[in-house]
Design a protein around this ligand. Structure first.
Ligand code: NAD
Ligand code: IPM
Ligand code: MN
Length: 368
């Protein structure tokens, strides 16, 4: 088999900082597990805008389409707030998702035991938590037309459109059911069928896919607002949650706090299988560029490192090595290492981004 290719897009803010730590992990797998990658690096977001005047150069887009997997840090930041909407850093990321057709965004929220007392919720509520939010990523209100800001009489109107086709709902529902079969066989679908037509269609299609092809999986439906409440009240009732683009964005940030910090949450954005059988894929932490802590060595690299673990599992068929990496993270947390976002316990000195990366690499070596 030829060496798998990996395109790294560090992006902005803490993106490049956490990516340095992921590179250490990638190098470790090359040196110790015979798992080498043909790694290339390029610009996205504000960094790409600074060099090319666009948040994603066409050449980078082409490269992303041709590699086995893309790993992205984060995009955005106050420096780019005043830019025209069409060239904002976030547009670069959205273009990648849309043009690679990465419709199924897996956002696991797992509470490591060492952090169970750190969550803003009680230990009982979060200890042992292991759920996945499957967020539809290429449609809905993020991309629906018409959109824009128009003049109407003497005032402006901001317009976005929630829009879902049956096939878009069908394919993301299938990916949620497939995932549930490999887990605890339970899917909860969330929408607002009580107030939105797109929600009515969403519920109907998810139910139809279930009844026709996945009747062995337990399916429930919830209004997304009630779902948000249930996620905070008793998150362990869920296994897989499937929801639309915007609800998935919000519910996954909320789920982050069940695990202790946004700095802990990885994600995989998957599309249809390529000719080699692997899904088109982009892996990225759920968090953003964290301008408030950028450049200070405070960022938690774990979300990005766990995103690479997801790449090992979903793109490179290396489930055992992914588990090895996840266990190394668990070991380091168990040993009491904490970046500043995870502090809460008195008397613990935070470690830096780079110390956390080094400790995870040392735990990998100890696992041999
Ligand atoms: P954010 O996720 O960047 O930060 C929210 C809070 O969480 C901040 O206090 C930050 O310090 C903290 N945080 C986030 N990641 C952390 C980490 N790894 N370690 C420690 N603390 C961490 O969200 P925001 O402040 O709303 O957005 C900032 C910028 O990032 C915006 O431009 C936004 O559009 C962009 N953004 C990008 C992505 C992405 O690239 N996928 C995701 C979300 C937000
Ligand atoms: C995320 C982010 C993105 C989103 C932004 C940066 C485009 O918040 O990945 O969760 O809204 O999807
Ligand atoms: Mn988000």
């Amino acid at each position: 088999m030829s060496t798998p290719s990996l395109l790294i897009l560090p992006g902005d803010g803490i993106g490049p900082e956490v990516m340095v730590e992921v590179r250490k992990v990638i190098d470790w797998f090359g040196a110790n597990r015979g798992l080498s990658f043909d790694v290339s690096e390029d610009l996205v977001g504000g960094a790409a805008y600074d060099k090319h005047g666009t948040p994603l150069h066409d050449d980078t887009m082409e490269k992303a389409q041709s590699v086995d997997a893309v790993l992205l840090g984060a995009v955005g930041g106050p420096k780019y707030d005043a830019l025209d909407f069409s060239v904002k850093p976030e547009r670069g990321l959205l273009r990648l998702r849309k043009e690679m057709d990465l419709y199924s965004n897996l956002r696991p929220a797992q509470c490591f035991d060492a952090l169970a007392d750190f969550s803003s919720l009680k230990r009982d509520v979060v200890a042992g938590l292991d759920i996945v939010i499957v967020r539809e990523l290429t449609s809905g209100i993020y991309f629906g037309e018409p959109r824009g800001i128009i003049q109407e009489g003497n005032e402006r109107v901001g317009i976005n459109t929630q829009r879902y086709t049956e096939s878009e709902i069908d394919r993301v529902a299938r990916s949620a059911f497939e995932l549930a079969r490999r887990r605890s066989n339970k899917v909860c679908s969330m929408e607002k069928a009580n107030v939105m037509e797109s929600g009515i269609l969403w519920r109907e299609v998810v139910q139809k896919v279930h009844d026709e092809d996945y009747s062995d999986v337990e399916l429930t439906h919830m209004y997304a607002d009630a779902g948000a409440m249930q996620l905070c009240r008793w998150p362990k009732q869920f296994d897989v949650i499937v929801t639309d683009n915007l609800f998935g964005d919000m519910l996954s940030d909320a789920a982050a706090m069940l695990t202790g910090s946004l700095g802990m949450l990885p994600s995989a954005s998957l599309g249809a299988p390529m000719a080699n059988g692997r899904p088109k894929a982009l892996y990225e932490p759920v968090h953003g560029s964290a301008p408030d802590i950028a450049g200070q060595g405070k960022a938690n690299p774990i979300a990005c490192i766990l995103s690479f673990a997801m790449a090992l599992r979903y793109s490179f068929d290396q489930g055992d090595e992914a588990a090895r990496l996840e266990q190394a993270v668990e070991k380091v947390l168990g040993d009491g290492l904490r970046t500043a976002d995870l502090l809460g316990e008195e008397g613990i000195e935070p470690v830096t981004t780079s110390q956390m990366g080094d400790a995870i690499v040392a735990a990998l070596t100890a696992s041999l």
